[in-house]
Design a protein around this ligand. Structure first.
Ligand SMILES: O=C(O)C[C@H]1C=CC(=O)O1
Ligand SMILES: [Mn+2]
Length: 370
């Protein structure tokens, strides 16, 4: 029986400013949710977002208050083993709040998998791989610094693909920046760009042509989330892969985007999708529609990152790898044993549940006062 549900906010500085077209991050607020049962199980989930309300429509504080006031009362005293029925109850009674729902579903599945003695991936269709490739996002805002950073990651064998955040500056400036990095790193290193919705269709058409000619591999969400017709025209016009991110807020969106041929690739994000089960549905829609997959992040800490990895490890194909580097962007971690990043990939534990050992003392010391 579910005995307690708690939401914990932890503000952690980033290792350097992280510049997106919608926000510059110098701290990240981890939003952790813990569910405890009367027979001693504890499950964790995460509802972290980016830049307060600048990226998504839930903030860390709204997640905490909505769980406490409206969502927890639907779950407390219920049988935590009936994960599907509980999530159905939330879908029927709670509109939106996809990040909060994701954190709660993750915590419930963590408990269920611990109880069964299997990794969480086994409850999500079953694991097909024990590691997932992880790229690194270069977003210092400075071309020379980005090249040095990429070179260091290659030398460490930590990342061999890079995503550049663009859209804040002029097209001319951004294209020059991206192509200088591509040239410095060479043909074998995959370079992708994420525009975070910043361009008009005219701007996108001019910029993508130059990026495609310069050997860039992937263009992420160039247009506003709502402009699916425009995304379809870009996907039709260019051979470089066009990826949908912010336009995908669950299976219904995935279905529409697939139906409109408005993307070549889906960035699957567990929180943006409304939870692990719904994110799995995005993967299924993509597979049926012939759309390639990429494992996205909301720059979560260890919990959301590992939950995402547990799902991405179940996809038949993960053609564009993942960006599950969130914990590496933070100055501190909340684990007793750090996540294992090596050989350009995040390694998945084989232990039950999420497979993480959280450091409860660190969490208690750093959490925001309630
Ligand atoms: O994909 C996004 O839009 C959000 C995020 C993921 C990596 C990163 O640097 O920012
Ligand atoms: Mn993105």
């Amino acid at each position: 029986m579910i005995k307690a549900i708690e939401t914990i906010l932890i503000d952690i500085p980033t290792i350097r400013p992280h510049k997106l077209s919608v926000a510059t991050m110098s701290t990240q607020t981890l939003v952790l949710v813990q569910i405890q049962t009367d027979d001693g199980y504890s499950g964790w989930g995460e509802a972290t977002t980016i830049g307060g309300l600048k990226y998504g429509d839930e903030s860390p504080e709204s997640v905490a208050v909505n769980i406490r006031q409206h969502i927890a009362p639907l779950l407390l005293q219920q049988d935590e083993r009936q994960v599907g029925a509980l999530m159905y109850r939330l879908r029927k009674n709670i509109r939106g709040n996809r990040f909060a729902k994701c954190a709660l579903e993750t915590a419930l599945l963590d408990i269920q998998a611990q109880r069964l003695g299997v990794p969480m991936s086994e409850l999500l269709g079953g694991r097909l791989r024990d590691s997932v490739p992880v790229l690194w996002t270069l977003a210092s805002g400075d071309t020379a610094k980005d090249i040095d950073e990429a070179q260091m990651m290659l030398d460490l064998r930590r990342h061999n693909s890079f995503k550049l955040k663009i859209g804040l500056n002029s097209i001319q400036h951004d294209v020059k920046h991206v192509l200088a990095i591509k040239k410095a790193l060479g043909a074998d290193v995959s370079i992708r760009v994420d525009v975070n919705q910043a361009w008009s269709e005219l701007q996108a058409t001019a910029a993508i042509q130059q990026l495609q000619d310069g050997g860039i591999d992937l263009i992420e969400q160039p247009l506003k989330a709502e402009n699916r017709a425009g995304m379809a025209r870009l996907a039709q016009r260019f051979s470089v892969a066009i990826m949908a991110d912010e336009t995908l807020n669950g299976p219904q969106d995935a279905w529409e985007v697939a139906r409109l041929n408005a993307a070549d690739v889906f960035a699957v994000k567990i929180a943006q999708s409304g939870g692990l089960t719904q994110a799995k549905e995005l993967g299924t829609i993509a597979r049926l529609a012939g759309i390639s997959l990429y494992g996205g992040t909301m720059l979560e800490g260890a919990v959301g990152t590992m939950a995402s990895a547990q799902l991405f490890a179940t996809f038949d194909e993960l053609e564009f790898g993942t960006e599950l580097f969130g914990p590496l962007l933070l100055k501190q971690d909340i684990l007793a044993e750090p996540l294992q990043y090596r050989d350009f990939a995040l390694q998945l534990p084989t232990t039950p549940g999420l497979g993480l050992a959280l450091d409860l003392d660190k969490i208690a010391a750093w959490r925001r006062p309630a």
